[in-house]
Design a protein around this ligand. Structure first.
Ligand code: ZN
Length: 415
């Protein structure tokens, strides 16, 4: 899977990086790798499914510890496989000039955060294909390795245990990982945006029609249809029906319905975001930001801020400024936890959110980008800074105002 920062899908997928806590794993090839805590859910589910059913079935003679350790190894390698899928997107994307700064692994898989959309349909095409190609290649590699280690296997799909009983742990893990990666590659090739296959579809339509918006709409509609299909199949499974490929069962059905919901949402929002970007064009933040706000000095007491600020004006947050330099922002929420008798004593500088913890943008940042960042970080406004100097504030309303008035102008022509 692959999502642009802006269609870091909401609802099922609302992945707000500023809020959801995770683990920074390090960086590979200049790409930051983050693990979201929700990844633990899929890790636990896989470990449980393997140790509670699959492995005891294949290897009745294995002890509990051996089963558990093998399951954990398989789940870890599964996560690593997803990471390689995303890295393939990132590396190919970079060759075509699309910067990917971060990959997040979360409960529904992986997400490569693109900085802006690919500039050409060819860039989109190759970048989208790279992930599933990596998964399919991994699947074939794992199966070949398993054959190499365990020798040729003649597995009867109805009774796999007979052939697998004599296979060691390493080959067992490979025999499980191989088909899983192939399924992962094929699933992502389903032509519904924002799945990789949907991006391939959009790239092809874009190449044929030259119209990115219409291509996105068509690919996203396919994505929504696929999402609805998965949800319907999931509910059928929950009701005890048997669905081709996915089988039956409550947990599997619930999972499928959730993925369907997630995909449908992501498809809808990707399209909306595309329209917003198109409407705003290359409008920079410096054009939309507002200047009609009051600032406050770091040495002001909280009492003064309340008496002369919060109680008098509708402004809810004040930039803390000395000279021209921004030091932080103080909002009503920062003041609320403070005891009343502390108001005359405490200074604004002690309570504010300092600059190094604020998200800021530069004057040349695209307004569409600022809009998506506001949603992603879950904040109301960004200070617009140039060389530490506060130029203005930009809020969602500032940007929406321009869209409502249709002032953004069309996007620059695409190659
Ligand atoms: Zn992908």
């Amino acid at each position: 899977m692959k999502a642009n920062q802006v269609n870091a899908p909401r609802g099922a997928g609302t992945y707000r990086h500023g809020q959801v806590k995770g683990l920074h794993l390090g960086s590979i090839a200049g790409v930051d790798i983050d693990l979201d805590w929700s990844l633990l859910i899929i890790f636990a589910l896989i470990t449980m499914a393997l140790s509670g059913g699959v492995l005891p079935n294949w290897h009745a003679d294995w002890g509990q510890t051996k089963v558990l350790l093998t399951s954990i190894a398989a789940a870890t390698l599964f996560v690593a496989s997803i990471l390689l899928h995303e890295l393939a997107h990132a590396v190919v994307g970079r060759r075509f000039g699309v910067r990917i700064s971060r990959i997040t692994l979360f409960v529904f898989g992986g997400m490569a955060h693109m900085e802006g959309e690919p500039k050409t349909w060819k860039a989109e095409l190759w970048m989208a294909i790279a992930g599933p190609a990596a998964s399919l290649a991994l699947g074939i590699l794992f199966l070949s390795l398993a054959q190499f280690i365990a020798g040729p296997l003649d597995i009867d799909p109805e009774h796999p245990a007979e052939a697998l009983a004599h296979v060691g742990p390493v080959a067992t893990v490979l025999l499980w990982l191989g088909p899983i990666n192939i399924i992962l590659g094929l699933f992502n090739l389903v032509p519904g945006f924002p799945l990789d296959g949907g991006r391939v579809l959009r790239a092809v339509l874009w190449g044929i029609t030259g119209d990115l918006n219409r291509s996105t709409l068509m690919a996203a509609s396919a994505g929504q249809a696929f999402g609805w299909t998965l949800m319907a199949m999931g509910f059928a499974m929950i009701l005890g029906l048997r669905v081709p490929v996915f089988g039956s069962g409550l947990v599997g059905g619930l999972w499928l319905a959730l993925i369907g919901w997630f995909l449908g949402n992501a498809a809808r929002q990707s399209y909306q975001m595309r329209l917003i970007e198109d409407r705003l064009g290359r409008l920079p933040v410096s054009r939309v930001m507002h200047h009609d706000y009051r600032v406050i000095e770091p040495s002001t007491t909280v009492q003064q801020l309340v008496d002369d600020g919060f109680l008098v004006f509708s402004q809810r947050a004040y930039p803390v400024v000395a000279g021209d330099t921004l030091y932080g922002i103080i909002s009503m929420e920062d003041v609320r936890p403070l005891q009343r008798d502390q108001w005359p004593v405490q200074r604004v500088a002690d309570l504010m959110t300092p600059l190094n913890r604020l998200h800021t943008v530069g004057p040349s940042t695209a307004a569409s980008k600022a809009l998506s960042l506001l949603a992603e970080k879950g904040v109301n406004q960004f200070p617009v800074l140039e060389d530490g100097q506060l130029l203005g504030l930009v809020t969602r309303e500032d940007i929406l105002k321009w869209m409502v008035l249709g002032l953004g102008g069309p996007a620059a022509p695409r190659a």
